[in-house]
Structures are given as structure tokens and as C-alpha cells.
Design a protein around this ligand. Structure first.
Ligand code: ATP
Ligand code: MG
Length: 257
């Protein structure tokens, strides 16, 4: 008998920062299966970034526990990649050197292999032509794609993304959303994605989690049963519109909880 372990499991997770009286997150129970694309939405300050940091092992839970593929977040770090809201590229390194940084630090690959992996990743995000450029020579969207390529260099199985496309215009964001789904199809990641855009959450996700604030807790979990691959036609469908409206309503309710 095979027992499937959830990719991410939250059991009664609470988080209170030292020195603060109120918990940021309380009583979070969630199970995320391998291959799911899960978005987290909720009012500013409700603990979305904190939740991702707990999964990444960048901060400990105060009570309860999180398991990533059956391991503690600290032990699972090797299989997890984090894309932060700002691209956080090193300005003195070229695009290719930013992407290869994690591999250099890991030292698990000899330089020729590193170069090959980096080239492949730049191709994947459509940036081969700017490999020798510096971050200051790139647009915001290109920087974000470098940061995504960098996150992929270590071959993660779980991708944590904190508002990665917030700074982009709507057209570029839509395109990036489609690209992200295409990459995910290829690479078979599980994704935990934070956004303030309901339409983005619905377009990308198999599941949307709505958090209520003070303390941050799960108010609703919505299944998005629109078929993949999702395209422009998805955005134009009545089903998509209905789901966006329903999710927006639940988000407004969560603000009042
Ligand atoms: N290191 C920290 N020490 C103390 N308090 C913190 C720390 N990090 C976050 N907080 C507090 O935890 C709460 C949740 O913060 P968090 O960044 O997780 O919110 P968020 O939902 O991501 O908000 P936004 O949508 O604005 O990004 C806030 O009140 C914040 O002040
Ligand atoms: Mg945040």
C-alpha cells in the first residue's frame, strides 16, 4: 500500500513574533498535495508572507507543526525555492551570474555544467539575449524572470512565490501568468503563491485560500475546477468571471471577520 504524503501539511499552526502580544497566525490547518497550485489571498498584514516564511523554514512556528514532504521545513530547504516580492538581484553580477549564484554556493556541479544549467534556465524564461547584462539594464518584468530562473536553478519541487508579479502592468502580468503555468507543467512543481489580485489567483490556481486577519486564519478554501492549460479563452469565460466574483465576495467578507 502506498501512502501519499502531502507536499505541505499545516497542523494547528500558530505564529507569534517575540515581543508582540497578538499572534499573527492562529490555528492554521491545511493540506497541499503534490502538483497543486495554491494561491493565498487576504487583507494586508493578515500574515501571508509570514506563512510562506514558515514553510521555507525562515522562521519557526510558535505552536503546531509544518511538514514539507514529510520533513521539517529546516530539513526540506533543499527542495524549496522562494521568489520574494522584490527581485533582490545582486547589482554587481550579470544576469547569468545572478542565476548561477545558488549553484556556485552549492558547489555540487563543476563550472561547465553550471554554465549549461544556467543557459537552459535563461532560455526557459526567455532571457538568453541579456545573459551578460546587469540588473540595472533590465525592466521590472525581466528582473522578476531572472529571479524566477534563479529560484529554479536548484531544481526545487516546491516553489514559494510572494507577490512576484505585483509591479507589472496587466498585459505583462497576464503573459507571465501563462508562462508560469507552462513552466510548471514542464517541471511538475507544487506552487504556493501569494497575491492581492483575485483574478490572478483564480487564473493560476487549483485552490485559493482566503485568510481573515487579526489573527490570520483560514476563512475559506475554494477549489478552482477550470481545466488546465489555462489561456486567454479561460479569462474570457463565464465560469472564470463567476469564480472571480465569488472569490471577491469571500475576500470582502474575510475583511470584516
Ligand atoms: N519579523 C517580524 N517581527 C514582528 N512582527 C512581524 C514580523 N514580520 C511580520 N510581522 C507582523 O506580522 C503581521 C503580518 O505580516 P505579513 O508580512 O505576514 O503580512 P502580509 O499578509 O504578507 O501583508 P501584505 O499583504 O501587506 O504583504 C504584520 O502585522 C507584521 O507587522
Ligand atoms: Mg506580504
Amino acid at each position: 500500500m502506498t501512502v501519499t504524503v502531502p507536499e505541505v501539511l499545516f497542523r494547528a499552526v500558530s505564529k507569534r513574533f517575540t515581543g508582540s502580544s497578538a499572534p499573527v497566525l492562529e490555528g492554521i490547518d491545511l493540506s497541499i498535495e503534490r502538483g497543486e497550485f495554491v494561491s493565498i489571498i487576504g487583507p494586508s498584514g493578515c500574515g501571508k508572507s509570514t506563512l510562506l516564511k514558515l514553510v521555507a523554514g525562515l522562521a519557526p512556528c510558535t505552536s503546531g507543526e509544518i511538514a514539507v514532504n514529510g520533513m521539517t521545513p529546516e530539513n526540506a530547504r533543499e527542495v524549496v525555492s522562494f521568489v520574494f516580492q522584490d527581485a533582490t538581484l545582486l547589482p554587481w553580477r550579470t544576469v547569468e551570474k545572478n542565476v548561477s549564484l545558488a549553484l556556485e554556493l552549492e558547489r555540487s556541479q563543476p563550472p561547465p555544467e553550471r554554465r549549461q544549467i544556467t543557459q537552459k534556465l535563461l532560455e526557459l524564461v526567455g532571457l538568453s539575449h541579456v545573459a551578460k547584462h546587469y540588473p540595472r539594464q533590465l525592466s521590472g518584468g525581466m528582473k522578476m524572470r531572472v529571479s524566477i530562473a534563479r529560484a529554479l536553478a536548484t531544481r526545487p519541487r516546491l516553489l514559494l512565490m510572494d507577490e512576484p508579479f505585483a509591479a507589472l502592468d496587466e498585459m505583462t502580468r497576464d503573459r507571465m501568468n501563462e508562462e508560469l503555468l507552462r513552466l510548471r507543467e514542464e517541471q511538475n512543481w507544487t506552487v504556493l503563491f501569494v497575491t492581492h489580485s483575485v483574478a490572478e489567483a483564480v487564473f493560476l490556481s487549483s485552490k485559493v485560500i482566503v485568510l481573515a486577519p487579526h489573527p490570520g486564519r483560514v476563512a475559506h478554501v475554494l477549489d478552482v475546477d477550470l481545466p488546465y492549460p489555462r489561456t486567454e479563452a479561460t479569462r474570457e469565460s463565464q465560469e472564470f468571471d463567476d469564480l472571480v466574483n465569488r472569490t471577491s465576495r469571500l475576500l470582502r467578507e474575510a475583511h470584516r471577520l
